[in-house]
Design a protein around this ligand. Sequence first.
Ligand SMILES: [Zn+2]
Length: 424
Amino acid sequence: MTQTEDKEKKRTSVERYLLKHEIEKLEAKRSHNMSTSLISLYIPPGTRLSDINSQLRDEYGTATNIKDKNTGKAVQAAISSIMSRMKNLSSPGENGLVIFCGITQSNKVEYFLINPPEQIGIKLYLCDYVFHINHLKEMLESKKRYGLAIVARGGATIATIQGSRLNIIREEDSYVPGKHKMGGQSQARFQRLTEEAAQRWYTKVAGMMNEAYLEDNPVEAIIIGGPALSKAQYLENKELDYRLREKVIGIYDVGYTGIVGIRELLDRAQSKLTDFELVRERLLTQKFMENLGKDTGLATYGEKQVRDALERGAVEVVLVSEDVDRVNLVIKCEACDYQKVESVRTKEYSDFVKELSSKKCPKCNEDKVHIDEEKDLITELNELAESSGASLEVISTSHEDGATLYGAFGGVAAILRYKLYEGY
Ligand SMILES: [Zn+2]
């Protein structure tokens, strides 16, 4: 296992979620007057912070020459803020550091420090009216990608698995006649013709796989499913690129083609796919549903019930659908005592903030409303879980089990350590 894989594995679904959420928030920030005064600073590991400090001092001086005096002052305010906070840092850490700072829509200097999940490969100092988050965003994508293929006489399904996502790339039927059907022809001739048709079909599938798994972004490994005979015949096909042949790490008996077959393959190949969130998430969700179905008393769902179980220390693991995430925002006005709490979905967060910046206070009509405080449901549940010795998994809705967790159970569920109620 390489070092990056190791690190990727250590990152929990909560950490990934929190970083994703943080990035969404940063993405919504703009400079207060749309000037190029927001600073994005990427510091790679091994950089001497004293070097960064002297660079910042230079930039501070250069900012005096900026034509627009307000922009110059805003840049200087951001630089001062960064420099004063950097005094408390001794080194950039093993992955480096990313700092974002500047006067945002809130009309205040905002400062964000991010410990990136992977090593920062670039050194960057940039002033713009937005924060530059693309390098961080790239880190969120799991890089490991496997090919999953169902190969049968009757059809083929070419798919990939990456992180928590399953992508069906191609699905095709073969029209190879069944083996035991008698055409109007003699048995021998019929068999020869169907065999030829089958070979042509496997050649076509080999081409489909070469295209899907080798071009652009090659997969790391391939898992093949199908009826016993088809797989063996297929792997002998000369059209299958030798590089793909070397990547096959598992062959399993699977009775179906299409998405049903791919799901069967995921179940059978579980032990080879433990690095993928998709497989971990499906296992946990299935365990929850199994307990619920068998009435063991060890499963509960609903925000209130799960909170209750957490407070009583009865939870082993909390399952939260990534689609339930809500952020509770405390909106305040600087000019008067106006205050309101709004609950916003993370996906709507960025639009909400943009809208807020153009809104006037409903009480005093000044444009001084801003977000004073924010906390999201997943962060809150995670803190509760941590304090009661439970773990929390964020479950994506990109697969069927995750979609069921969200759709049928409201997206908040838990597997319990012990029964909370007798006669459950
Ligand atoms: Zn007001």
